[in-house]
Design a protein around this ligand. Structure first.
Ligand code: ATP
Ligand code: PAF
Length: 287
């Protein structure tokens, strides 16, 4: 085992997006809006003789509830860097539920490996690699760009260098539930779905959490992505006058403002999330 490092990256709930296809990975991604949330992925890395990635899910109290081995996008980054490392990621939010866990895991793991293995990559180089891995593995398009910082974000171009408007509002809180996982790759690989998504894209950036919820809902309705079980949750929110939309891309719902908890309570475990003020960061370095 070599040196170790720990990094954290917040998650990101995408409310609406449009894919942008470029000539390179860097020019490929999405535009759209989302909210960076205070919960995310913590990654611990140690430079080692062989690569091993362990993925942990924890419950509210911190106890491990699921352990998985391997993460193709993270392994891709290590290969591109020509290093081997032992990496453990841990998150409380579910994977495949539209909380951007793949991007958060990639940014946190790459940041930790950069330090543990003394690679001296810049923050831009770390993010470019994480973004490339997302595009190659179809696990996301705009989440890496979003969770480099905090806020309610509006991405105006694809990739990590495009303009991003960030509305940092620590008071902005949402509640979310997830019904079952939805593979991001399965949606991104479907030309019909991508066409409906492109046609549903609303112009403009949200000026508030409330507007973000409203634009997201308009997009969700037009996109054809709302499944019957997501519809039942949205109907319940509508009946109670709580703005809500679908987590992109997961079979889940996020609801904004007063009454959000009560509206979502019958449908499963509620994740109470605050708008994050900061993005990915290194937490610890050890020799
Ligand atoms: N916490 C994590 N640690 C390591 N790898 C992860 C983690 N979360 C996701 N991944 C990798 O990303 C793959 C696909 O994730 P997927 O894009 O479906 O989920 P997500 O990013 O949580 O959801 P979404 O993109 O809809 O927000 C997983 O199979 C895994 O390889
Ligand atoms: C494609 C996507 C919805 C998956 O989470 C997200 O990466 C985005 O908004 O580009």
């Amino acid at each position: 085992m070599g040196a170790t490092a720990v990094a954290f990256c917040p998650g990101h709930i995408s409310g609406y997006f449009r894919r942008i296809e470029g000539e390179t990975y860097a020019a490929t991604g999405s535009i759209g809006a989302g909210i960076v949330v205070h919960e995310g992925v913590r990654a611990e890395a140690a430079c080692a003789d062989a690569t091993r990635v362990t993925v942990l899910r924890r419950d509210r109290s911190g106890a491990v509830i699921e352990t998985m081995t391997g993460s193709p996008p993270i392994e891709y980054v290590l290969e591109r860097l020509g290093v081997t490392a032992a990496i453990t990621t841990a998150c409380r939010l579910p994977i495949g539920a539209g909380f951007g866990m793949s991007a958060a895991a990639l940014l946190a793991a790459t940041t930790a490996v950069n330090s543990a293995c003394d690679l001296a990559l810049s923050a831009d180089e770390v993010a470019a690699l994480a973004h490339e891995a997302e595009v190659v593995h179809r696990t996301g398009l705009g989440d890496v760009a979003a969770c480099r910082g905090g806020g309610i974000v509006c991405r105006k171009g694809p990739g990590i260098h495009a303009e991003i408007v960030r509305l940092i509002d620590p008071e902005a809180g949402i509640a979310a539930v997830t019904l079952r996982p939805l593979s991001t790759a399965s949606v991104l690989a479907s030309p019909e779905r991508m066409q409906a998504i492109a046609a549903a894209f609303p112009e403009g950036c949200p000026g508030s959490l409330e507007e973000f919820c409203r634009l997201s809902r308009r997009f969700a309705e037009k996109s054809g992505l709302v499944s019957p079980d997501v519809r039942a949750v949205l109907d319940a929110c509508d009946r109670q006058g709580v703005p809500a939309s679908m987590t992109m891309l997961g079979n889940g719902v996020f609801a904004c403002g007063d009454g959000a908890d009560e509206a979502l309570a019958p449908f499963g475990e509620i994740y109470r999330l605050r708008c994050a003020e900061r993005g990915v960061r290194l937490l610890e370095e050890g020799r």
